[in-house]
Design a protein around this ligand. Structure first.
Ligand code: HDE
Length: 673
């Protein structure tokens, strides 16, 4: 061990004292002062939004050359692998907030291409709250803790947020998404990502095509239910980061890493103009999406996250994404939200990372060669060599970078004309039709979750007029939804529908792509079964369940009364992954109750064991159980009459396969819980 100056340290346990071991500490103790000084400066400002995040390294693998569409390097060759760094995040909470907040998730990918860094800074929801960047500070102020009281943390369930939302009709479509289960994903691995804005792809000939970017998780979509989210936040506030870390760690053994396919919706300016007339949405309006039924999403490559970071701060905290980091072949559109973002990211990073040289930090530096005359500033790591530091100059050729019109970035020469105005486009005026389309695309179960989420959030709102105003917008989305929420809030009277600039279209067809349940996984791969075990657990059954999980690519964890583990019926010892109060069933996708007869009697007396069972049942999880678990089920309020098709009795090891296959449906939604 040395000091930061490289001087070897002889004693790192004691400070330097004058007059013997009980004397005052000497100012001269440079070793102590340096250590404490550095510690005092460990924190940097957290991101003003998306503060809580988790990142990993990986690669993007391109399927086929897309040179017809774009000159962008990652799409230039079949099989080309471009290194990436991806950071997932929540938006509103601070750095230490819990992972299962009801919130949008950030989905930001930095591609280290051979032509420079390209950042696709997206979210897990394809639309946004607002249409113009000028409203972003208002939106975020309203969502963050209220300024006088500094609560609630990482929650939108408060007056300020719903006050703002109910005064901004354009936010209604997004309100539907954040009140859906999209805002409480089971894992980063099981959620989609979207570039949100319309971008441009530009080919080598300068031909531009509009594009929307989509990430689709290879293992299907999955969310938790709200009551689970509330409990997960207590049991494991790091649920999502632990999940990603664990999944990549498990991949090191199995070779199966978290994967997403990148898909493109491509379309022409003529298509875009036509849709304004036909469907009433403008592709420059970030509160709208393009239904996949209208423009299918074409898969073009896949992203694999296969490396955990070596140091969270160095990479995940210091990574700086920016929408204006584009490479030749990718260009912007006039989406006013995107234009505002192009300013914001660089600006905020200069403050957060302490100066203009944050591109020198390894996670932010391009992996391709780079040469420029930017110099000096705080913490300059790449310093120019030689005499030339301006252009044009007559030095060189060494250390003297020159511009290159052939390979250099060319902005698309888009023609713009007309007056300079501070107005909102008429084509952005339909605020409800796609909100309705989203709602009618959900399964009945998902519609119930949306109504319950609105009810929960608006029940935390203390001002009745705000609750009512929000319901007035829902009346423009769907009368049944508005009525259900109104009744669940016990509104004294239903408000009139909010004034609408454009009437809600009733002719937009449901889109299956918008539902999570309709886009679940084909297998139970990557999911987790929690088995509640005690001494005397049936050895054959346990082995059978382990085998069935392994065959499916699922994980099995053992939860026991003591962390020291259990001894099975054949006398074999098994370590426990969790002690019962540290491993509630909300942390698992399905559960197995495998106590011995004596064990069930012991578990019956333990509140966490009763909660384990009662929650699994209420959250409509698949439950495998042995006969001996009947008294425990009963104590948790699940009597024999309640046992439905989602509760599977394991009589022998051969039943385990069928149980794990059944779990592919993820939940037994028909349960009357
Ligand atoms: Fe961001 N956003 N944003 N945003 N955003 C930031 O940049 C901003 C928006 C998104 O993991 C900040 O480096 C404005 C949409 C992600 O490091 C800041 C507007 C989408 C991340 C900022 C938006 C996003 C950020 C804060 C409206 C989805 C986290 C720290 C015009 C397409 C990136 C930082 C990471 C972060 C500004 C709207 C995604 C302040 C002004 C829409 C994933 O610059």
């Amino acid at each position: 061990m040395t000091t930061a100056q490289g001087v070897a340290v002889a004693d790192d346990q004691n400070s330097l004292k004058v007059g013997g071991p009980r004397g005052p500490v000497a100012l001269e103790d440079f070793q102590l002062r340096e250590k404490i000084f550095h510690f005092d400066h460990e924190r940097i400002p957290e991101r003003v939004v998306h503060a809580r995040g988790y990142g990993a390294r990986g690669y993007f693998e391109n399927y086929k050359p897309l040179t017809d569409l774009t000159a962008a390097d990652p799409f230039s060759e079949a099989g080309l692998k471009t290194p990436v760094f991806t950071r997932f995040s929540t938006v509103a909470g601070n750095k230490g907030s819990a992972d299962l907040a009801r919130d949008v998730r950030g989905f930001a990918v930095k591609f280290y291409t051979r032509a420079g860094n390209w950042d696709l800074v997206g979210n897990n929801i394809p639309v946004f709250f607002i249409q113009d960047a000028v409203k972003f500070p208002d939106l975020i102020h309203s969502a963050k803790p209220e300024p006088d009281r500094a609560f609630p943390q990482a929650q939108t369930a408060h007056d300020n947020f719903w006050d703002f939302m109910s005064l901004m009709p354009e936010a209604t479509h997004m309100a539907m998404w954040i009140m859906s289960d999209r805002a409480i994903p089971r894992s980063f691995r099981f959620m989609e990502g979207f570039g949100v804005h319309t971008f441009r792809l530009v080919n080598a000939k300068g031909k531009s095509t509009f594009v929307k970017f989509h990430w689709k998780p290879k293992q299907g979509l999955q969310s938790v239910v709200w009551n689970e989210a509330l409990k997960i936040n207590g049991a494991d506030p790091d649920f999502h980061r632990r999940d990603l870390w664990g999944a990549i760690e498990a991949g090191d053994e199995s070779g199966d890493y978290p994967e997403w396919e990148l898909g493109l919706q491509t379309f022409s300016e003529e298509d875009a103009d036509r849709w304004i007339k036909e469907y009433g949405f403008d592709v420059l309006d970030a509160t709208k999406l393009i239904p996949e039924e209208l423009v299918p999403v074409k898969p073009v490559g896949k992203m694999v996250l296969n490396e955990r970071v070596d140091n969270f701060f160095a990479e995940t905290e210091q990574v700086a994404f920016c929408t204006q980091n584009v490479v030749p072949g990718i260009d912007f559109t006039n989406d006013p939200l995107l234009q505002g973002r192009n300013f914001s990211y660089l600006d905020t990073q200069t403050k957060r990372l302490g100066g203009p040289n944050f591109t020198h930090i390894p996670v932010n530096a391009p992996k391709c060669p780079f040469h420029h005359f930017q110099q000096d500033g705080h913490m300059a790591m790449h310093n120019p060599v030689g005499r030339a530091n301006y252009e044009p100059n007559s030095w060189g050729p060494e250390h003297n970078p020159k511009e290159n019109p052939e390979t250099g970035y060319q902005s698309l020469p888009v023609e713009e004309s007309g007056p300079k105005v501070r107005v909102r486009s008429e084509t952005f005026a339909d605020h409800y039709s796609q909100a309705r389309q989203f709602y009618i695309s959900q399964t009945p179960e998902e519609q119930t979750h949306i109504a319950d989420a609105f009810t929960f959030e608006l029940s935390k709102v203390q001002t009745p007029a705000i609750r009512k105003r929000m319901v007035s917008h829902l009346l423009n989305v769907d009368a049944d939804l508005a009525r259900t929420v109104g009744e669940q809030l016990r509104l004294e009277e239903m408000p009139a529908p909010a004034d609408a600039a454009k009437p809600t279209r009733q002719d937009l067809k449901p889109s299956d792509a918008l539902s999570i349940i309709k886009n679940g996984p084909a297998s139970f791969k990557g999911r987790k079964v929690g088995a509640l075990v005690t001494d005397g657990v049936d050895a054959d059954l346990l082995a059978g369940l382990m085998k069935a999980c392994k065959a499916e690519g699922a994980m099995l964890e053992l939860i026991a009364p003591h962390v020291g583990g259990v001894t099975d019926s054949a006398g074999k010892h098994h370590d426990a992954d969790e002690k019962i109060d540290g491993g509630p069933s909300v942390l698992y996708d399905a559960v197995a109750l495998l106590p011995s007869a004596d064990g069930a009697v012991e578990l019956k007396t333990m509140p966490p064991a009763r909660d384990f069972v009662a929650d699994a049942f209420a959250h409509k999880k698949f439950i495998a159980h042995v006969k001996a678990a009947t008294p425990l089920l009963g104590k948790a309020g699940v009597v024999p009459d309640d046992l439905d098709g989602g509760c599977v009795e394991l009589k022998s090891a051969s039943d385990c396969d069928a149980f794990v296959k059944q779990c592919r449906a993820l939940r037994f939604w028909d349960r009357k819980a």
